[in-house]
Ligand binder design. Structure first.
Ligand code: ZN
Ligand code: ZN
Length: 365
C-alpha cells in the first residue's frame, strides 16, 4: 500500500512524496490521518526559522487506527483499541531513560524530538501529520478520542490545548483568583475556558477586536483592548479597576513576543505568578530587558512550561468532551485543505489570511 507525505524540500517549499506504508512493527500503531492542524511551529519550520528543516510537516492530528503492531491492545489509559478507532498521539517521545525522564519530567525528554517529522526519505517515512498515514512509535503515548469530541477539536488536542491544561493544572490557580491572559489566539481562548471552569476571574488582553469578541464566548470576564489601553500603565490601571484594586494573581503569556514577558512581570501583583508559554525561541534576537528587582520586590514566581506530561493529553480529551456544550471549541477552525494543497495552506496560514487552517490528508481531491 502506498501513502503520501507533505515534505519540506526547502524554505517555504513543500512537495508531496509517495512511499510504501510499512508493515506495523512491534509496539507501533499505524493510523490513517483524518485531520491535521497547522500549528505556529509548523509555520516557523516552513519559514526556515525552526531547528527542523526538510522534514515531514505536521504534529497536531487525529487519525483512525489502520493496523496494530504486536503487543498493542490498549491505549495509554488502558482502553481497548481496535481498527477504526479514532486516536490522538502525544507528538513527542518519552524515552524513559534520559535525565529528564528519570526525574519524571517526561515533557522535556531529551530524546523527545527524535522521531517527530523526520526526513521523508527516512524509514518509516510517516512521521508527520501532513500525510495520509502516521506511525506511532513504541515510546509514544496515544489515547482514544471520546465520541463527543469532533475531529477538528481532537486534531489540536495534542499540542497547545494539552499544554494549557497542563499549565493551568500546575499553576496553583485557585477559586476567585484573577488571571490575566496576554493574547486571545487559540491558546489564550483555551486558557480562558479552562481558568473559568476552575473558578477564576479571567481578564484577556489583545489588540484585535474579533479575537476579543471570541474571548467572551470562551469565558473571559473582562476584555482589555490594547488599541484603547495603549500603554502598560493604562492596562495595569484597568486590571486594578476591574479587580477592585486587588490586581493579577496570575499573568499568562501566550502572546509569544518578548515584550509580553516584561509586561507580565509588571502586571503581576505582589506574590503573584507569571506563566511563560508563548515565548519559545532561544534566539539572541529574542532578548528583552526586564527589571529583575520587580521579581524580588513582589516575590513573584515565574514558571516556564514546555509541552505537557503525556497523560495530560488524556485529561485534555476528557475536558473537551465535558465542556463541549459550554464553549464553542468547534468554531476554531476556519478553513480545510487537501494534502496536495499543503503549500497553499501554509502560505495562507503564514500570511494570517486564514487564522486556523486544517489539512485533511485523505480527502478526495
Ligand atoms: Zn503544535
Ligand atoms: Zn527521556
Amino acid at each position: 500500500m502506498k501513502g503520501k507525505v507533505a515534505a519540506m524540500t526547502g524554505v517555504k517549499e513543500v512537495e508531496i512524496r509517495e512511499y510504501d506504508v510499512p508493515t506495523t512493527e512491534k509496539g507501533c500503531v499505524t493510523m490513517e490521518v483524518i485531520k491535521s492542524n497547522i500549528c505556529g511551529s509548523d509555520i516557523h519550520m516552513w519559514e526556515g526559522k525552526h531547528i527542523f528543516k526538510n522534514h515531514v510537516l505536521g504534529h497536531e492530528m487525529v487519525g483512525s487506527v489502520s493496523e496494530l503492531g504486536e503487543g498493542v491492545e490498549t491505549d495509554y489509559a488502558g482502553e481497548q483499541i481496535k481498527i477504526g478507532d479514532r486516536i490522538v498521539p502525544v507528538y513527542y517521545l518519552t524515552c524513559q531513560k534520559c535525565e529528564a525522564c528519570l526525574n519524571g519530567h517526561f515533557n522535556v525528554c531529551t530524546r523527545g524530538s527524535d522521531y517527530q517529522g523526520q526526513y521523508a526519505e527516512k524509514y518509516p517515512h510517516f512521521t508527520g501529520g501532513f500525510a495520509t498515514h502516521y506511525i506511532i512509535h513504541p515510546n509514544q503515548y496515544f489515547y482514544k478520542v471520546p465520541e463527543g469530541v469532533s475531529d477538528n477539536v481532537a486534531a489540536g488536542a495534542n499540542c497547545g490545548i494539552a499544554q494549557i491544561v497542563y499549565a493551568m493544572d500546575n499553576s496553583g490557580l485557585e477559586i476567585n483568583d484573577t488571571i490575566v491572559i496576554q493574547g486571545a489566539g487559540g491558546l489564550g481562548l483555551f486558557a480562558s475556558a479552562i481558568s473559568k471552569t476552575m473558578g477564576a476571574n479571567v481578564i484577556i488582553i489583545d489588540s484585535i477586536d474579533s479575537r476579543l469578541e471570541e474571548a467572551k464566548k470562551f469565558g473571559a470576564n473582562h476584555l482589555i483592548n490594547m488599541k484603547e489601553f495603549n500603554t502598560i500603565e493604562k492596562r495595569k490601571e484597568e486590571i486594578s479597576r476591574v479587580t477592585n484594586g486587588k490586581g493579577a494573581d496570575f499573568v499568562l503569556d501566550v502572546a509569544g513576543v518578548p515584550a509580553a514577558f516584561d509586561e507580565a512581570v509588571r502586571l503581576a501583583k505582589i506574590g503573584g505568578t507569571v506563566i511563560e508559554i508563548g515565548n519559545v525561541s532561544v534566539d539572541e534576537s529574542q532578548n528583552v530587558s526586564i527589571v529583575p528587582g520587580l521579581i524580588t520586590r513582589k516575590c513573584l514566581t515565574v514558571k516556564g512550561i514546555l509541552r505537557y506530561q503525556p497523560w495530560y493529553l488524556y485529561k485534555t480529551l476528557q475536558f473537551l468532551e465535558r465542556y463541549n456544550d459550554q464553549f464553542p471549541f468547534d468554531s476554531l477552525t476556519d478553513r480545510t485543505y487537501s494534502l496536495s494543497e499543503s503549500q497553499l495552506a501554509m502560505q495562507k496560514a503564514a500570511s494570517k489570511e486564514v487564522t486556523r487552517a486544517i489539512i485533511e490528508p485523505n480527502k478526495a481531491e
